[in-house]
Design a protein. Structure first.
Length: 491
């Protein structure tokens, strides 16, 4: 079982007392929300302004909720505002993975952290203003998220207050949008990208194609890989493929488990989830099957939405050498169960007919908003070690891009990786460090603190500071070696 965790209020209060940065923290339930500040002090536009009681105009139903620029938005203000605006970009809303719900308010903070406390309530209790605006369609839609963020910032600045500092943050595609804003908007002072698809549209859908391609070659020869004629066709394709994946996972001591263990590294599917430790070939196969449930949905149902958005198939695996994906340790583990199995099955995968993209669609996808690595403000990334939907190599791709831009760009980038405990719980309790966005509430809140102290106090996120602020049970791995993007057409 994970170690007992302190409350989020305790984490914040301890940090406040130790550093004397003056953030007002109290019990979340006692504070609630407020419409205006008790202070009449003037706004100081300097990032280094230390005031934690900044004037803002009272919210109304019109100024803090509704639509701006055609995008649903919401703003929440604390009783006493510290002058910082947290501008949130939500996870990409695919048809299958995270469907958009009609009539739901725009999201201002994550609601998927492990534990009972909500990050948003904790941030409000600490004096942060929260705001979020939503894209209006399914698919990739990072361009909409950028436009929504621009419109929301203007709404806040014109109707609530001019913030002393703005931090953009979000998960998945929201992480990509948040870091893009930090690279390209002078009103952004810091960014926090969580479990992000930071390598961009083409790369992430190429590796999703790789997983589907491996499933087609080893488990479901009838699988269609791209260019779906309808959502119904894509959905039926997904369901039929997953039926064969589940059948293989049940074959724990036979060929099915071995095939899944090969599909894992070939398709960059982690051998662990937030509840499955992946012990042995059978346990590893079960975890890979669970990961495929998400990744195949992206490569079929969500792919259909992207194909409509980009007017064709964007993905390719032409020239990809799948044998390069399998490490020596992975090969030895598989071959111990069945000698020569790795080479046999990877060779079979490699002989499949490769997928050629629609070049106009791929060019359009490559031109969609991404990251240059030109980091201009403190930027923190937070990722689990084992994430099937947004593989950890996304953070490695951003680090590589920053390295290309120079020492200053790399200095302003701090990647944080958290891993799961050695022994997983036996009651299906979620644990941090494995799975998509599997973080404790303290870890997300602590990451905001890390960013805030970097921006406001100039405190670079050292290992000791990061360990302290992420909280017990975060699974933080100092000096985790980020991997390069998997070998392939965009590697």
């Amino acid at each position: 079982m994970p170690p007992e965790r302190v409350t989020i209020a305790d984490v914040a209060l301890t940090s406040v007392r130790r550093r004397s940065i003056g953030i007002a923290v109290g019990l979340v339930a006692a504070l609630g929300l407020a419409a205006c500040s008790d202070s009449g002090s003037e706004v100081n536009s300097q990032v280094t302004n230390a005031s934690n009681d900044v004037f803002f105009t009272k919210c109304t139903d019109q100024t803090c909720k509704g639509e701006v620029g055609g995008f649903p938005f919401q703003i929440q203000m604390p009783r006493k505002w510290n002058g910082t605006l947290m501008l949130y970009s939500h996870e990409g809303r695919g048809v299958a993975t995270t469907p958009m719900q009609e009539g739901v308010d725009a999201t201002v903070s994550p609601e998927w952290t492990l534990g009972t406390a909500k990050v948003g309530a904790s941030l409000l209790a600490s004096g942060y203003a929260l705001a979020g605006a939503s894209a209006t369609g399914t698919g990739w839609r990072v361009d909409q998220q950028l436009a929504a963020a621009d419109a929301l910032y203007e709404q806040f600045k014109n109707n609530v207050a001019v913030p002393n500092r703005v931090y953009t943050w979000g998960p998945g595609n929201g992480a990509l949008a948040s870091v893009n804003l930090a690279e390209n908007r002078d009103w952004v002072n810091g960014a926090l990208g969580m479990c992000g698809t930071l390598a961009g549209l083409t790369r992430n859908y190429d590796v999703a194609l790789d997983a589907a391609f491996a499933v087609k070659q080893l488990l479901y020869p009838k699988m269609k890989l791209a260019s779906y004629s309808s959502l119904a066709e894509a959905t039926a394709n997904y369901k039929a493929a997953m039926k064969q994946v589940r059948k293989a996972a049940k074959d724990k001591f036979g060929e099915g488990a071995i095939k899944l263990s090969v599909i894992g590294p070939v398709g960059t599917i982690p051998p662990k989830t937030a509840t499955l430790a992946g012990a042995g070939i059978s346990g590893q196969a079960e975890a890979i099957a669970a990961g495929l449930q998400l990744v195949l949905a992206r490569s079929t149902i969500d792919r259909f939405a992207v194909e409509q958005e980009m007017s064709g198939n964007i993905s390719s695996n032409v020239g990809t050498n799948y044998l390069e994906r399998v490490t020596v340790a992975q090969r030895d583990k598989i071959d111990e169960k069945e000698p020569g199995a790795t080479l046999k099955y990877v060779t079979k995968i490699g002989k499949g007919k490769r997928v050629v993209p629609d070049q106009a669609a791929r060019t359009k996808a490559n031109d969609s908003p991404g990251l240059s690595g030109q980091t201009r403000v403190p930027t923190v990334t937070l990722h689990t070690q084992f994430d099937a939907l947004a593989i950890l190599q996304n953070d490695g791709a951003l680090v590589a891009a920053a390295n290309q831009k120079g020492a200053e760009a790399r200095r302003l980038l701090s990647p944080i990786v958290v891993g799961p405990p050695v022994f997983y719980p036996t009651d299906d309790q979620l644990v941090p460090g494995a799975g998509h966005c599997s973080f404790t509430t303290e870890t997300v809140f602590g990451s905001v603190q890390i960013l805030d102290e970097w921006v406001r106090q100039g405190l670079f996120p050292s290992q000791s500071l990061t360990t302290e602020l992420l909280g017990e049970g975060s699974g933080y791995i100092p000096d985790f070696p980020l991997m390069k993007w998997p070998a392939g057409p965009t590697g």
